[in-house]
Design a protein around this ligand. Sequence first.
Ligand code: PLP
Length: 663
Amino acid sequence: MNSWEVSDSLKLYNIDNWGSQYFNINPTGNLTVHPKQWSGPGIEIKTVLDEIKGRGLDSPVLIRFQDILRNRVTELNEAFSKSIAEAGYAGKYRGVYPIKVNQMREVVEEILDAGVPYHYGLEAGSKAELAAVLSMNMSSEALVICNGYKDDDFIQMALIGNKLGKNVLIVVEKLSDLTRILTISKKLNIKPRIGIRYKLSTRGSGKWKGSSGELAKFGLTTPELLHAVQILKDEGQEDIFELLHFHIGSQVTNIQTIKEAVKEATRLYAKLVKMGLSLQYIDVGGGLGVDYDGSRTNFQSSINYSLEEYVSDVVYSIKEICDAEGVREPNIVSESGRAVVAHHSVLLVDVFGSIALGERASSLAKASDEPDLVKEIRYILENLTHKNLLESYHDAVQRKDEALSMFKFGILSLEDRAKVEQLFWIISREIFKLSKDLKYTPEELRDLGTTLADQYICNFSVFQSLLDHWSIGHLFPIAPISRLDEKPVNETVLVDVTCDSDGKISKFIDLRDIRNTLPLHRLLEGESYTLGVFLIGAYQDIMGDLHNLFGRVNEVHVFLDDSEPNGYYIEEVIKGHSISDVLDWIQYSSPYLKRSLKLKIDDCVKKGEIKPREGVEYQDFYDEVLSGYTYIKNDMRLENMTRSSSTNINNDQDLKGKKLELI
Ligand code: PLP
């Protein structure tokens, strides 16, 4: 009887807490996406995947739910409008989306389109980003903020943007930027509009706290800021200084830090206004975080506040200081990136096999002339009880170590060593299983769960699709997209298809801690099993690399449409890199590759080593592989799936029963 319900899966994968009402599970056990949150319609992810596969696209595939982007933009802007109205705040909100977080044109266009009613603008951090930003249609009141290090071309391009009717504000990151901006603008005869980034002494919290404080790589110190003001006064150009900027880092985990930073910056704003400067804006930068693990704590993959709390704290903190200083309230700019785009994309990866430690590979039949060591380890297995688990484990470890030493000295055969190892893993699994019944489980036995976890082989590259997980240990929620009405019985870690032992996921979100394993279902022969990796819309898309030449993944853009039978349509299909694409990138052009293979084939044909017909077949096959996807193909997956019906620590097979058969 299946006593497992959909609500158990919601709890196990913590979906309600990290999902921000965008994700749910339907009664048939399939994961659904609700781009307008739970009050709106839902789309079954599996149905989308089936359609994608029906169109000949394979996994891994990235699905962008464009309506989620729109919803995020609306939520952010409406939250500011509401707080501003409630506080009786005199200024306006003029948010900008920093395109570095996800530069994909369709993503930026969707955000801008949803942001038109709010005059939502863009932030660029490099020349290339500014070139893209200037090409975009946006409200005439929207801002364009230029951050980052700037050469003369960057400054010139920003000034031209102003001439073309955009509200471009060039942010001075270091003192020398200011003199260059003044010189270039004089030369072009275009009046600049500038912001100045200030090095707050308030430090951020979380992984990116190094973006602020005195040692930060951007921004002016207090003496430098005063010097900049003097330069502007000397030039008679104080009026071009419109915006005071700070950024204390991405994913700020603690709301207290945000409040302190905003207050420090507003105090500075007030003093500058009192010095006679006509500043219009305070730009509070990025940092609005995403609750990736759903724990609502100041843990690195979480945040201890909501979007509404963030917005209200920004508005009220600025107001409080302005009231105290008796200065007018500035317009508020924020550069939230992660919080706008993280939720909209889901990576789907197929599991195509599993590796279980100690899979039964050779015979364990008893032999009359067995060495004592094998007899001893059998004895441990036969006499396991709840009372001697720890002792038995220690004894088994000792026998395994002895087997290795004896093998090295040449006094244990290869077959007997294999027996000892296999019996050791059987004992370990049995001990782990029995230890779950104990009131207190010793740490050594608890850790066995991680050691014995199945490795599920997933068709994707961590380096291409989840770089932050590999580089900084960032955690993303992961859950199967189907069978969620069924109890997951295997504890697993996920390994990717790169030839790199780092290409794996062995840390998972948890409400209280970090999990070392992810509970998943047993793989079934002939049935695909797909995992969704969620909240990956920020930063991951652009930072991925071509390790092992696994390229960009297939991508589809999905829109809600209640006139469609399944409530959605796929607007855009972007094929992932082919093998020839990635090879081209590193200077192996396809024509060159094909030609050199042809020369080799011709040579073999000439020498009579292969027949001409074979040569043609080889060439055709090579050409076909070059034009194919860089990831693992279906045929290989089916083969592995068949292989993977392993004994597992958590499947409910009765190892005690099995034991008799083995001994
Ligand atoms: N603004 C600046 C200057 C940044 O450096 C960043 C990223 O670190 C952002 C905005 C976006 O930050 P977030 O994605 O945390 O909102």
